[in-house]
Design a protein around this ligand. Sequence first.
Ligand code: SF4
Length: 732
Amino acid sequence: MTNPNEKKIPTFCSLCGPTMGCGIYCYVKDGRLVRVEGMEESPRNSGKLCPRAFASAQWLYSPQRLKYPLKRIGEKGEGKFEKISWDEALDIIAAKLLDQKEKYGPESLAILSPARRSYSDYLYRFLVVHGSPNYGHSGICAVQRAFGFAYTLGVSMLAPDYNNADCIIIWGGNPVYSGTPQGGLERILNAKDRGTKLVVIKPQMQPDAAKADIWMPVRPGTDGALALSMLNVVINETLYDREFVNKWCYGFDKLVPHIQKYTPEWGETITGLSAEQIREVARLYANTKAACIYAGNAFDQAVSSNNAVRAVAILIAITGHLDRPGCNLAPTFNPNMPRVKSVHLRERYTQEIVDKLVGPEIPTCFQPFIEGTSSAYYRCLDSILTEKPYPVKAIIAPGTQPTIITRGTRRVIEALEKLEFFVVVDVMQNASMPWADIVIPVATMYESDHPFEGGMGNWLMARNQVVERMGDYKSDYEFWLDLGVKMGYGDDFWNGSIEDCMNNQLENFGITMEELRKHPTGIVYEGVKSKYEKYEMMFSTPSPRLSRAPYLPQGKVAIYNTTFEENGYNPLPEWVEPPESPTATPELLEKYPLVLSDTHTSEVYNAGWLRNIPYLREIQPDPWLHINPKTAKEREIEDGDWVIVESPHGSMKVRAQYFPGISPDVVMSLQGWWQGCDELGKQGYSLVDGAGTNGLYSIDPEKAFDPLVTAMPKQTLVEVRKADTTPKRGRG
Ligand code: SF4
């Protein structure tokens, strides 16, 4: 109920990072945000919220908020700064970037970003105008999945039709902890109530797996092997859709002999699942007419990522589960709703710019997929040290923390020590800030406005500013416009007018931002019903993203991919071992007998965010390691003990959490710990040996990156031992 002294302002939450989040009402009293509640009218969440949203006020008013720009006055890593004005900060950045552009070329600038944000296209725009291709994205992004699906099925994403499915496979994803409360999870639970069979494939028995009819605790990083074994069953037991294969698939005849070596018995040795379980799930999926697969982020972080995704795409296609009711659906364009215009400037992203990308030699046709990957993020940092193919000299890092969020913590710190100019842009103090030359504070989502389209593809709403700003800072959007003007790029940045920029983005709707603000809960456009079997459109129409690619040349599902073949890659999906695993490096098992992987989202945290929020820390106070009680007891580790986890590459200190729903030879942690991690700080642990998982993985580009789509696996071998609980040294 609304208190008469409170103002009720509609906007939306983005605390888990999405471009457009759940609709919320913010209650403001005496100019302060006092509470939020879910917006019933929002097609995205229908009033439901996750725990993060309820921590909004603590986040907004955190003592760690950055309120003024800062300039480093101490040594790198020391964390000593002085306050400067917004204008002075922009002057310093612009002068340095222009000087470096002159001396080293525009490509010497890299912008590192978190997973896609509402301001991501502003970063691209800045880079395109400046002339650099070096955009890296820390996220466990969807690019790798988009690549594998697009080059096999002609569309980069396929939505599982949960509402009509009789069998749902959740594979390597987590609809309980990520996505909006009303997203996949509610529809999966409704389907379950209808009697739909639920199969969950993931190493840990998380809440969705606990609800499943079949849980497959696959060994981390081996989803590709499982998909290949399932293909073996489907083909050898003739469970495929002959009519679809004959009419719409290219290269099935070549797949048949190729797949023979990937028997379920072979799959058992790699995945840790029994051959019988692999057969059971392959049969269930293939024999259920309305069956869909949700392929999650685990596919983006495997060394054989492109192979794993192509194998799943082929599985969907040959079983006849493509773009049919209850199956995996290609997007249906909604003609009733225009799109918010992107500020990306893709039309000016020339081949000349792309060719300067830091990274491996990738055939031109695949390049649109390499930009902005997590490997590009890492490679931009690595080039500072290797100077290959040239040294990156300046990095701007908006909303991301390279020291905790990418692989090889030690090497990242070494790179930041050597980097000539480093700018951190954030709402809050973060783990990379001590190395920054300039720190730019930006507004939270409650202190800025912007237009967004989204929801179920039919909702347009303004993010409304809820409270006044508390210092000398602006929104992320305004920062890029202001910097553009200072650099002399004003014509491309609306001469610094954010209102003009937002009005330009709304042009397709024929309204202005001011008019949109008059619709407090946004404008809902008429939806459209899914159309099925859009095969001509999928296989024969080039996607704008792939305009430079030879696109599914046969106009059919590319089981045998001739584009891959022409460019020297295996045209059929194959198994590639991770850098370290029980089967790839059995010689390491004596010293490191357990497989380690991590998740990046828990019920309250996302990547490196939100650890400084007291309400969330009460729910999940410490960095944890999920360990089977049997494995822990063998090492005399009690539930809750601090433990050291050691791999061939590094170590971390976390709290053991007894977790019966995990195989005895697998342990899992949560990525992104540092911020607010007081307990470890008090014990003298630093970024390098604290709770960060990323220091434990291989960073050897020859072994650890998918050579084509540049995925970085998050899987290695470790041993776990009880930690010495006495402080290690003075605070690190
Ligand atoms: S899922 Fe949670 S954090 Fe994400 S937008 Fe919705 S309420 Fe906010």
